[in-house]
Design a binder for this molecule. Structure first.
Ligand code: Q9C
Ligand code: ZN
Length: 317
């Protein structure tokens, strides 16, 4: 497996998030990418690549310029240890800005774009993005996300062919859905917790199917809390049928491991071995695939879950 990663992610390191008015430790910890990388290095048969720096226009194809400018200048003006919750460009209280946020978020987008580029020569690539991206909207950060890494990569690849995005994070990827809601050349398909029960609450319902030219190109599979392995795999199969029918040239997987039974902010019952099966079933589509890291917050298991999932793609390597 080709792994694209960078140490710059750790410059984004908020200590707390605001949850219902209470300060609680930041679940999207700066150790996440490190534990994943450490686990993958144990597997040995990987090739590591550093991201290259892509022009800002690839981010501006998904995000409003004022938002990008604001994130850059706000980050750069903060002192080490200071935290900012901007009112205008924010969807919720789960995406504070610290001094290193812009650097890390820009690098995460570069990691996704570099991964997309590597699909020219490889059939599967893993982009270890942190901070994650799928809640980042056209002009708003939210849910630990600043730039929408998967959407930026999808937009980039869409100039070369048809793109399907499969989002298997526990939470609905509202930002990614919005980016392509009116397009028929990029399809968005997501399995996630019922938004009546879990973040982001306002989107991810089964009746959201796209709009205008995009009608029929968004598909949501909300699942109840406590969903187990067999129910999840059964639903995944339905999602994979949709993707097969779309016949994409590229597949982007927004991979979150917060569906795991012991995730501190999740609520499904998936167990460790099922991540291999999830990977295998996606790999069976035999479409060039970019895997983009999203959520997953149990630091004791996150590395192993990622290992298992990527192992599922060994047939594509
Ligand atoms: N009490 C990702 O997994 N926390 N973001 C909601 C509600 C925000 C998750 C807590 C969850 C955001 C990328
Ligand atoms: Zn999530």
């Amino acid at each position: 497996m080709i792994i694209v990663h960078s140490n710059l992610n750790t410059s984004h390191n908020p200590a707390f998030e605001v949850n219902d008015g209470q300060l609680v430790p930041y679940a999207e910890s700066a150790d996440r990418a490190t534990v994943i990388l450490d686990a993958l290095r144990e597997q040995a048969e990987h090739t590591e690549r550093s991201p290259r720096n892509f022009p800002l226009r690839h981010i501006l194809a998904i995000h409003k310029k004022q938002y990008v400018d604001f994130l850059r200048s706000a980050s750069q003006q903060l002192e080490q240890g200071a935290v900012l919750y901007p009112s205008y460009f924010m969807s919720d209280t789960y995406a504070p800005i610290v001094a290193g946020t812009y650097i890390a978020a820009r690098e995460a987008a570069n990691i996704a774009l570099t991964g997309a580029d590597l699909l020219q020569n490889h059939s599967v690539v893993y982009s270890l993005c942190r901070p994650p991206g799928h809640h980042a909207d056209h002009h708003a950060m939210g849910g630990y996300c600043y730039f929408n890494n998967a959407a930026i990569a999808a937009q980039y690849l869409s100039t070369q062919g048809r793109v399907a995005i499969l989002d298997i994070d526990f939470h609905h990827g509202n930002g990614t859905q919005n980016a392509f809601y009116e397009r028929s050349d990029v399809t968005y398909i997501s399995l996630h917790a019922d938004p009546r029960q879990r973040y982001p609450y306002a989107s991810g319902y089964a009746n959201e199917l796209g709009h205008g030219a995009g009608e029929g190109y968004t598909h949501n599979f909300p699942l109840p809390l406590n969903t187990n392995n067999s129910k999840y795999l059964h639903t995944l199969d339905s999602a994979l049928v949709q993707i097969g029918q779309f016949a994409p040239d590229y597949l982007i997987v927004s991979a979150g491991f917060d569906t795991f039974c012991k995730d501190p902010i999740g609520g499904f019952k998936l167990t460790e071995p099922v991540y291999l099966q999830i990977g295998e079933r996606i790999a069976n589509l035999a479409i060039p695939t970019l895997i983009v890291q999203e959520g997953g917050y149990n630091l004791d298991y996150l590395g192993r879950l990622t290992q298992r999932f990527l192992q599922g793609f060994s047939s594509l390597r």
